[in-house]
Structures are given as structure tokens and as C-alpha cells.
Design a protein around this ligand. Sequence first.
Ligand SMILES: *[C@@H]1O[C@H](CO)[C@@H](O)[C@H](O)[C@H]1NC(C)=O
Ligand SMILES: *[C@@H]1O[C@H](CO)[C@@H](O)[C@H](O)[C@H]1NC(C)=O
Ligand SMILES: *[C@@H]1O[C@H](CO)[C@@H](O)[C@H](O)[C@H]1NC(C)=O
Ligand SMILES: *[C@@H]1O[C@H](CO)[C@@H](O)[C@H](O)[C@H]1NC(C)=O
Ligand SMILES: *[C@@H]1O[C@H](CO)[C@@H](O)[C@H](O)[C@H]1NC(C)=O
Ligand SMILES: *[C@@H]1O[C@H](CO)[C@@H](O)[C@H](O)[C@H]1NC(C)=O
Ligand SMILES: *[C@@H]1O[C@H](CO)[C@@H](O)[C@H](O)[C@H]1NC(C)=O
Ligand SMILES: *[C@@H]1O[C@H](CO)[C@@H](O)[C@H](O)[C@H]1NC(C)=O
Ligand SMILES: *[C@@H]1O[C@H](CO)[C@@H](O)[C@H](O)[C@H]1NC(C)=O
Ligand SMILES: *[C@@H]1O[C@H](CO)[C@@H](O)[C@H](O)[C@H]1NC(C)=O
Ligand SMILES: *[C@@H]1O[C@H](CO)[C@@H](O)[C@H](O)[C@H]1NC(C)=O
Ligand SMILES: *[C@@H]1O[C@H](CO)[C@@H](O)[C@H](O)[C@H]1NC(C)=O
Length: 617
Amino acid sequence: MLLSLVSKLEAVIVVALVIHMIGAVYGSGAESDRLALLEIKSKITYDPQGALPSWNDSLPFCQWRGVTCGRRHRRVTMLELPDLGLVGSLSPYLGNMSFLRYINLDSNQLHGSIPPEISRLYRLQSLSLFNNSLTGEIPANMSSCPKLSLIELERNKLSGKIPNAFSSKSMITFLSLSKNDFTGGIPPSLGNLTSLEILILTYCQLGGKIPDSLKQLKKLRKIGLGENGLVGAIPSFFFNLSMLEVLSFPENQLQGSLPSNLCLSQPRLKWIGLHTNNFTGFLPPSISNCSKLEILELNFNDLNGKIATDFGRLQHLRDLSLGGNKFGSKDHGDMNFFHSLSNCSNLIHLELSYNQLGGVLPSSIGNFSSKLSSLGLDSNYLSGTIPSSIRNLLGLTAISLGSNGFTGMIPESIGELQTLQILFLHNNHFSGVIPRSIGNLSLLVEVTLAGNSLEGTIPSTIGSWKQVIGLDLQGNKLSGSVPKELFQLSSLSISLILSQNNLSGALPQEIGNLKLLGILDFSMNRFTGELPSSLSSCASLENLNLSSNLFYGSLSGSFSSLKGLEYVDLSHNNFSGHVPTYLCWCTCVCTLSVFGLYVNDVQVSLVSLTKSTILLV
Ligand SMILES: *[C@@H]1O[C@H](CO)[C@@H](O)[C@H](O)[C@H]1NC(C)=O
Ligand SMILES: *[C@@H]1O[C@H](CO)[C@@H](O)[C@H](O)[C@H]1NC(C)=O
Ligand SMILES: *[C@@H]1O[C@H](CO)[C@@H](O)[C@H](O)[C@H]1NC(C)=O
Ligand SMILES: *[C@@H]1O[C@H](CO)[C@@H](O)[C@H](O)[C@H]1NC(C)=O
Ligand SMILES: *[C@@H]1O[C@H](CO)[C@@H](O)[C@H](O)[C@H]1NC(C)=O
Ligand SMILES: *[C@@H]1O[C@H](CO)[C@@H](O)[C@H](O)[C@H]1NC(C)=O
Ligand SMILES: *[C@@H]1O[C@H](CO)[C@@H](O)[C@H](O)[C@H]1NC(C)=O
Ligand SMILES: *[C@@H]1O[C@H](CO)[C@@H](O)[C@H](O)[C@H]1NC(C)=O
Ligand SMILES: *[C@@H]1O[C@H](CO)[C@@H](O)[C@H](O)[C@H]1NC(C)=O
Ligand SMILES: *[C@@H]1O[C@H](CO)[C@@H](O)[C@H](O)[C@H]1NC(C)=O
Ligand SMILES: *[C@@H]1O[C@H](CO)[C@@H](O)[C@H](O)[C@H]1NC(C)=O
Ligand SMILES: *[C@@H]1O[C@H](CO)[C@@H](O)[C@H](O)[C@H]1NC(C)=O
């Protein structure tokens, strides 16, 4: 009886003990989470939005900001504190929160290294530390977290080699290490990540070749290896990866030709980004089979030959950039492919500048997508007139036709392109007058019509260019006086260049409106009269060239507040008197380095232009 009582008591004690122990196990897990969170908080030295004061004992830690616990076991499963401006480092205690599945500390200012203890988080699925200031190497054992699927470390200051320890058991589907300072090439073990769908290693300075082991990444949908100093060819298996949507290797030193089967096994390709490399050879016609293609960037390579691709089936094409190659043969057949682009109803950006395309600009341009925003055909061998059908392209914001052999007049219809901001027609053989309708383009920002044979006067309608920052009309046959409206364009800031024309008349007082203007070049015209005193209001002038005109009078007054002048050329005019003392003062204190006065009757004997080269007084 007594015995049985004792044993009952014992049993109760044992049960109590077991319960206590179980409690301790549960309690210690939760307690280590709580401790870890407090340790994490203690490593944050600045918390501008006051996110962490709530991490105190007035509430259970599962209710602290950014902390989520599992419903049953009350252990931390998610830690989400993005965009809070937190400054500090990552505590190694993080590795104690063994139920953590999801970490997001994006866009804070965390520094120091990623604690290797993180590899103890065997339930971890997602680690996102995007846009912090983390340094040091990626912990080599991190990829051993068996459930880890997403690693986002873009925009940090991580360095060293990317660990070559990716195991074939890995579940990683997303890996982005962009914008860090890694070296030592792309590790071959990345080829072990056979679940990988997105691999982004842009701007990492990795160097070396693209390893063959990547051929095992059959599920790859997006790969970005831009700006890495990569050399060699693109391994041909890339053009067999049938799930691929984005192939982006720009700004490397990759070479070789594009495969003739490009697109044939890749029905999902949306983006081919290979610009700024050393690719040679032809543009594969097979590209016309990439029916999902949106972006084709092959600019700045050494590609050549006729463009023989039928783009008509590429209904999704938005951006076609083939500039800076050697396409074309300076021949009239070079633009035959062009009409097929009129079927690309989503085309926004067409860049064919810096090639060898000959022939005329086909009038089918007028049938291009009304979404077309920029048209770049600079520096080719195009001739003929600008087709008036261009008036249909009501979405155009930039036209660049400079340095070709275009002839004829600038079409009146250009005035209908009301959203135009950039108009570059320089170095062609355009003739006739500048159409008055050009004044309808009230959003223009930069205009150059230099180096043509334009004649007549500058139309006063340009007074409506309220946003223009640069205007270059040099080297034409423009004559008459400059309309006052031009001097009311107070937004002009880069340059106003009218040199080498046959413009005449005096400069109006309105010139003082050009307070932001850096370069004013009216050289080699027939301007006359005295310099208006308001010239001294052009306070931003750095380069003033009035040489080879018929200006006269004294130089007093005009330069008193032009303290940023670096180049002044007043040579070949008929100025008289003295070089004003403030110009002298300016040359001693400011930046003036060239001062030209050749063939003027100006005395400089009393001034000392110490820093300047005086051009033949
Ligand atoms: C503790 O957190 C609660 C909210 O969780 C907050 O109202 C309180 O001000 C905090 N206490 C301190 C001392 O910061
Ligand atoms: C948690 O981690 C830290 C550092 O990694 C360690 O010192 C500590 O003993 C661990 N355990 C608990 C229960 O906090
Ligand atoms: C990066 O984080 C900073 C705050 O630390 C934020 O201002 C910035 O916009 C973020 N950059 C990106 C690209 O998200
Ligand atoms: C791939 O993973 C296996 C097993 O995890 C490992 O033995 C092998 O070395 C890895 N391959 C590479 C190229 O690292
Ligand atoms: C690409 O696929 C074709 C047909 O499926 C095959 O014959 C060829 O060997 C593959 N090329 C590479 C480099 O994997
Ligand atoms: C497009 O693909 C089809 C079917 O694979 C093929 O017959 C055709 O030659 C391809 N077109 C081009 C221009 O390569
Ligand atoms: C133009 O696009 C349509 C689909 O919108 C397509 O049916 C047609 O074949 C295309 N034409 C050419 C010449 O590719
Ligand atoms: C433009 O399209 C219209 C209607 O589709 C067609 O009649 C015309 O020939 C096309 N013009 C050019 C120059 O391709
Ligand atoms: C365009 O300019 C011309 C000439 O300056 C003018 O007659 C016409 O009304 C303008 N059109 C529009 C749509 O503003
Ligand atoms: C320049 O204009 C004047 C009239 O102002 C004219 O006599 C002269 O022929 C023109 N010179 C040239 C080269 O066009
Ligand atoms: C001024 O313009 C003339 C002719 O356009 C040019 O030869 C000269 O170099 C220019 N002077 C300066 C200082 O740039
Ligand atoms: C220069 O000015 C003087 C008077 O200051 C005048 O006699 C002379 O004819 C002018 N020369 C020219 C080329 O305009």
C-alpha cells in the first residue's frame, strides 16, 4: 500500500518532470527566438522610422513589428523589415531562429558581413537583402540550406569569389547577385542549380568565360550576365534552352557570330540583349521566328551584311536597336527590310544609327506604329527626301537623321509631330527654308539643323520652343536678322550656335534673357552694331564667340558680370577703345583662358590677361 502510494507519487513526479521538460524544450526554443530578436535589435544603431521600440516586453515577440510566428508552435517564421532605413549589422543570433522560412530586410543600410550562422536555418526558403551595404564574401555554406529557393543580394558591396559550392541537391530557383564587387569568374557549380529559373549576375566584374556547366540549367527563364568583362563565345547550348525568355549579356567582350538557329528552339524569347560586345557576322533571319520578341538589342557590335530579317511577324517588338554595327553596303537595297517593320504595331524605339545603310528612307515609315517614339538613323548613307508620310508618326519624341545624304526641303508636315523633343537633321544636304510650322513643335528640347544648305530667315515661330536647351543652326545659308523671339527662349542652357551663316543686324537687348546659356557662338556672320549692355546678364556664359562679324564700338559694360567665361573670341570685328578692367580682373580671378581680339582697334597695353592666351591682338 505504502509502496504503491510511493510509486504513485513517483509516477506523478515523473509525469510532472516530463511535462516540465517538454515545457522547457518549447520554452527554450521560443526563448532563443526572443533572445535572437533582441540581439538583432541591439545591432541596429539607427532606426529613423522608430520601427523597433515596439520590440519590448509589453507584447509577446510574435506581435512585434515585422515578426510573424507559426500558429501552433509560436516560433518566428518570417522576419520582414524592408524600407525602414535601418542602420547596423546582422547579428549571428539570426541563425538561432530555426523556424525561419522567410527573411526580407531589403533597402535598409545594413553593413558588415552576412553571418555564416545563417546556414543553420534549415527551413529557410527566401533570403532577401537587396539594396544594403553588406560587405565581405557570401558565406560558402549558405547554399546548403536545403529548402532555400530565393537568394536576392543585389545592390550590396559583397566581394571575393562567388562560392563554388552549389550542390546538386539545391532547390534554388532565383539567384540575384547583381551590383556587387565579385571577382573570379562565374563558378562552374552554378550548373548544379538545376531548379534555377532566374539567374542575375549583372554588374559584378566577374571576368572569364561562361562555364559549360550552365547547360544543365534547363529550366532557366531569365539570365542576366551584363557588365562583367566576360570573354569568349556564348556557348551554343544557350540557344537550345527552350524555356528562355530573357537572354541578356550586354557590355562584355563576348565574340563570335550569332547562331543561324537563333530563336528556332526558343519560342518564349522576349528579350535578346547582346549590345556592346564584339559579335561579328550576320543578323540571323531566323529571328523572325521569335514571335514573342519584345526587345532586340544588338547595338555596338561588329555585325555586318544586309539586314535580311522579316520583322513582320514580331507583333510584340518594342525596341529594335541595331545601331553601331556595319549593317548595309551603302547601297540602295539596304533598306528593303524596312517595310516589314510597319507590321510591328508595338514598335516604340528604332535605332539603326552608325551603320552603312544606303538607299532612301522608305515612305512605308508612315505606316509604322503610331507608338513609335524614337527613330535613329544617324550616320548612315541614306539619301533622298524625308517622306511626307512621316506626319503619321504622331508619337515621335526623337528623330535623328544626322550625317546622311538627305536632300530636299524639311517637310512642312514635320510641324504635325507635336510631341517631338529631339530633332537632329545636321550634316545633310537639306535646302530651302526652315518651315514656319517647326514652331508648332512646342516641346522641342534639342534641335540641330547644322551643316545643311538652309536659306532664308530663321522663322519667328520658334518663339514657342519654351523648353529648348540647345539650338545649332551653324553652317547654313541663313540670312536676315535674327527674330527677337529667339532671344526670349530663356530655357536655352547648353548652346545657341548660329555661326557660319549670313545673318545680319544688331543684337537686341533681349539677349539678356539668356541667363542660363553656356555657349553663344555667332561667329562668321554679318552681325553689326554695338554689343548690347544686357549681354552682361548672360551670367552663365562660358564660351562667347562673336568673331568675324561687323560689330563695332567699345567693349565697356558688356562683360562686367560674366565671371564664368573660359573662351572669348571677338577677333575680326571693328571694336575700339580699351579692354575693360573687369575683363582683366576676371582673367586674374576666374577661368578665362582664350581671349581673341585679332583685327580690332583695341588697346590692351594696360591690362594683364595673366591666365589667357591672347589671340593675336
Ligand atoms: C513597447 O511597445 C509598445 C507597442 O508594442 C509601445 O506602445 C511602447 O511605447 C513600447 N515601449 C517602449 C518603452 O518603447
Ligand atoms: C544563439 O547564437 C549565438 C551566436 O551565434 C550563440 O552565442 C548562442 O549561444 C545561441 N543560442 C541561444 C539559445 O541563444
Ligand atoms: C535603396 O535603399 C535606399 C534607402 O536605403 C532607397 O532610398 C533607395 O531608393 C533604394 N534603391 C532602390 C533601387 O530600391
Ligand atoms: C555538384 O554537386 C555535386 C553534389 O552535390 C558535387 O559533388 C559536385 O562537385 C557539384 N558540381 C560542381 C561543378 O560543383
Ligand atoms: C541543341 O538541340 C539540337 C536538337 O534538339 C541538338 O541536336 C544539339 O546537339 C543541341 N545543341 C547543344 C549545344 O546542346
Ligand atoms: C521559322 O521556323 C520554321 C519552323 O521551324 C522554319 O521552317 C523556318 O525556316 C524558320 N524561318 C526562318 C526565317 O528561319
Ligand atoms: C502582319 O501581322 C499579321 C498579324 O497582325 C500577320 O497575320 C501577317 O502575316 C503579318 N504580315 C507580315 C508581312 O509578316
Ligand atoms: C501603307 O498602308 C496602306 C494601307 O495598309 C497601304 O495601302 C500603303 O500601300 C502602305 N504604304 C506604304 C508606303 O507601304
Ligand atoms: C502649325 O504651324 C502653321 C504655320 O506656323 C500654322 O498655320 C498651323 O496652324 C499650325 N498648326 C497647328 C496644329 O498648330
Ligand atoms: C549675304 O547677304 C547679303 C545681303 O545681306 C547678300 O548681299 C550676300 O550675297 C549674301 N551672301 C551669301 C554668301 O549668301
Ligand atoms: C570662334 O569661331 C571661329 C569660326 O567659327 C573659330 O575658328 C574659332 O576657333 C572660334 N574661337 C574660339 C575661341 O572657339
Ligand atoms: C571700323 O570703324 C571705323 C570707325 O570707328 C570706321 O571708320 C571703319 O570704316 C570701320 N571698318 C569697317 C570694316 O567697318
